[in-house]
Design a protein around this ligand. Structure first.
Ligand code: NAD
Length: 319
């Protein structure tokens, strides 16, 4: 039986609770949130003790693994404290808002040799695995992606110093999916717009942005974001090769080749797969089916950080 604890019992943690609460071999032993009622609510539903600080929780309930789902600005030592104690981690994306924090956590994880999975959940769709197989060996020419939608409701999202903005917090999923399917990024140039979101208080993130990239394999890429798109948003990625155009929208894969269009729909819940893969890895003591390790998530984070830096400086940036 693996003892699992939780730091940050807000929105997305409810998704993890849903899957872990019905999973064999898992015992929920502790819930930590600076808003005590949230930890209490989880403990009432799933069992385990209530905490408002992570170190006392780690020391008292001695978990084998911890799920961390705090806002991007709030990575204030919970990963390093777990690593020091040999506790394995599943950490929600984005891993941080600044490079120093992300690199410090990466070093602590490396030193402690713990497992650290990052919540790039799209990687767990079976259709994404199929897309990877279809793209293998093909010369990728162009990648276009987008996360054009509305503004999430959590208070911290609209503050650059709390969320890092839409590129770091949300569109990071598309940057990561692009890296998973098409390889690494060599250079980033980005522009961002402000001024459309006039009725939201305490708001200083970009309304929209466009990030162009040179990929290491020579392909060109462009990913846009918008949080003012309240009428028909789109979250998708298109990959163009001479032989085929491969598109992911949500979990649906569309392949256009030889004059034919074929759609593949996912047969799995991506969050459930992500959680199962992590728990299996903790049980086995090795990476097993984890598809996003911290060391790789760091690379996706650095691309999004470079995009913000390019918007700020007006210069191309190597991530
Ligand atoms: N993978 C996905 O699909 C997905 C979806 C939504 C959110 N997320 C990510 O999950 C993270 C959390 O997002 P959310 O929507 O659940 O936010 P949320 O605000 O609903 O929940 C975050 C919780 O963390 C708590 N918290 C803050 N600082 C803390 C600390 N120092 N110690 C303990 N608890 C603390 C808050 O009180 C809150 O309850 C974000 O990084 C977000 O990007 C991922």
């Amino acid at each position: 039986m693996k003892r699992v604890a939780f730091v940050g019992c807000g929105g997305i943690m409810q998704e993890h609770y849903k899957h872990l609460s019905v999973m064999d071999g898992v015992k929920m032993v502790g819930h930590c949130d600076i808003i005590k009622e949230r930890a209490e609510s989880a403990a009432d539903r799933f069992g385990g003790e209530v905490f408002t600080e992570f170190e006392p929780m780690y020391d008292k309930v001695k978990p084998h693994a911890v799920f961390i789902a705090v806002p991007p600005y709030a990575h204030c030592g919970m990963e390093e404290a777990a690593a020091e104690r040999g506790i394995h981690l599943l950490i929600e994306k984005p891993i941080a808002i600044d490079r120093d924090t992300a690199r410090r956590i990466a070093a602590a994880i490396r030193k402690a040799k713990i497992l650290a999975s990052v919540g790039y959940c799209f990687r767990y769709y079976d259709t994404v695995e199929l897309a990877r197989k279809l793209l293998k060996g093909k010369a990728i020419s162009l990648i276009t992606g987008r996360w054009n939608g509305g503004m999430p409701g959590v208070w911290w999202w609209r503050r650059m110093d709390k969320s890092g903005g839409q590129i770091i917090e949300q569109t990071t999923h598309m940057f990561d999916l692009m890296r998973y399917l098409c390889g690494d990024v060599a250079e980033v140039y980005a522009v961002g717009a402000t001024g459309c979101m006039t009725r939201v208080e305490d708001y200083d993130v970009h309304d929209s942005s466009a990030v162009t990239m040179r990929m290491k394999n020579g392909a060109t890429a462009a990913i846009t974001s918008s949080c003012v798109c309240n009428n028909g948003g789109q979250v998708s990625l298109d990959i163009i090769t001479p032989e085929a155009t491969v598109s992911m929208a949500g979990g649906t894969l569309t392949v256009r080749e030889n004059g034919r269009t074929t759609e593949y729909h996912p047969s799995v819940n991506m969050y459930e797969e992500e959680d199962k893969a992590f728990i299996e890895a903790v049980q086995a003591g090795k990476r097993a089916r984890i598809r996003s390790l911290y060391s790789d998530a760091l690379k996706s984070f650095l691309v999004t950080w470079a995009a913000n830096e390019s918007i700020r400086s007006g210069m191309p940036i190597k991530p």
